[in-house]
Design a protein around this ligand. Sequence first.
Ligand SMILES: Cc1cc2nc3c(=O)[nH]c(=O)nc-3n(C[C@H](O)[C@H](O)[C@H](O)COP(=O)(O)O)c2cc1C
Length: 373
Amino acid sequence: MTDKPERIDDRYATPEKYTTLRGIYHDARRRLSDIDWNYLSCGTGDEVTLRENTAVFDRIRFEVPLFAGIDNPDTRTNVLGFDLSFPAFIAPFGGGEAVFHPEGHLAIGRAASAAGIQQMVPVAASHSLEDIAKASPVASVFQMTFVGEEAAALDMIERAKAAGYSHICATYSPIRQWRERMMEDRFSLRSENGPSNFGPGRSDPAALKELLAFTKPRWTWSQAADVIKRSPLPCIVKGISSVRDAQAALDAGAVGLYVSNYGGRTIDRTPTALETLPAIRKAVGKQVPIILDSGIRRGSDIAASIALGANAVALGRLIAYGMAADGEDGVRRTLELLRQEFWTTLGHLGCSSVDDLNEAVLSNGATSINLQI
Ligand SMILES: Cc1cc2nc3c(=O)[nH]c(=O)nc-3n(C[C@H](O)[C@H](O)[C@H](O)COP(=O)(O)O)c2cc1C
């Protein structure tokens, strides 16, 4: 990208409804019922990993150079062949995102497109993968759990390809998660919000039950490798949290790695994604694209993730807050504010572009997080 970046508006006095991400968060909390809020916010077990996911970013300390001569840093980048206005994707969060707004991923996709980033769409979305692809010009990565018959998984990949998706994000989910807030609430998705990609009709309750019942056989790495190699679309693998699995994913033919603990929603007392990242980057080298999520709430979190080895981040709950607060407009504003925060962080760190972010922007305080190097 050689052309000059557009100047990002940095006025405090804006006519926008929301001036900060904090304002969007509070509005989302106010609008959602306690039960829906718990569904969105909960983790598993004692929620240690959930808390650590954001706390680890709070422990990051930056070193700010003086007279670095930066006035309009370039937030743009390219990851997996996608030009992004800043290094972010929409995370594939589903299983009833229409709880937060009836337009779900349709609205998210339109907002992501306006913001210049790409959208990952979950198999468990409230709208069908085809409807989302029609509504969203940036619905490019289709997330699916590798489960059941291999042939059925390959059929689903063909279906995603036919709808226009360019990549698959493979996930693994062995057994029901221990989410106590949802258990105490006796949470159950209203059928109109359930997944649309299964069964004869939309939001088929039987299909939802099957999806959540974990009755289908779970896969080994060799089955996953077989499907990745036969897939007509390139695959990235999500849920990487160790060098061993990073290597296994690349050996299986993955074109990128997605370092994530699913926002602390799978099993408690696992390391944060940020802590596992440096060792994974060191092991796989500079060329492998790495996306990271779990705990991204601010532009400075994006900068820290890239400084420690990611190429881009993915946004989960942050997008749900925007959607719950104000639908498509809330997501659009969330992305705009996040990009502005990232922009001001880059500038203060003396970085004229995303490529300038590396460990040198972290002061010694950064070592107070438990980096697995
Ligand atoms: C309500 C909700 C539903 C989710 N559903 C899925 C899903 O269907 N597939 C998936 O791969 N990840 C799912 N995730 C995980 C997100 O894609 C992402 O990894 C996580 O939200 C990142 O953490 P953060 O929200 O703290 O940023 C879900 C997350 C939330 C909050």
